[in-house]
Design a protein around this ligand. Sequence first.
Ligand code: SF4
Length: 199
Amino acid sequence: MNVQRTMDSLKRGGFEVRYFESAKAAADYLDESIRGKSVGIGGSMTIEQMGLYERLTEHNTVYWHWRTNDFATRTAAAGAEVYLSSVNGLAETGEIVNIDGSGNRVAATLYNHERVVFVVGVNKIAEDYERAMHRARNIAAPLNTRRLGLKTPCAVGEEIRCYNCASKDRICCGVVTLLWPMRSVKVTEVVLVGESLGY
Ligand code: SF4
């Protein structure tokens, strides 16, 4: 994967981009730069692995449904000043791909925040848009259904890939591709981490 090409493509589109060698350094940066804010977090193993909820709650009001599992938290997160998410695929050509089942995460990345931050391990980078989409559908989604213990073919089958199922447990209901920073979001930032994080 080509980190520099990815950063250059994102910057051309007007995204703010920062690179950190380690998850610890990235978490330190976010901890320092998010203070006294309301913060929403989308479902994210990356955020979980980085311990960001625990760090940010020390000096912000943080809404994360992974800690409360209720809709009020999802709604509050969508209206927060800062919103954090990871991505399911990041193209070296600059497209940011996220796939979702309930929609709260992808919806909240699109509208009306002071700052949206995508925290992304380099394992999410794909050479181009088609490969980023392929990654989201055939790697990220099946690994998430396995994590959740669902009964979809991608969760129970031997091969890790999408079977384009009609399961009631299907988590791939909508895909959002960010081509350019949204106009209602003042700052959209990609924090790249030189480690493998999340799915
Ligand atoms: S569409 Fe179904 S089979 Fe494909 S990744 Fe999503 S849940 Fe799995």
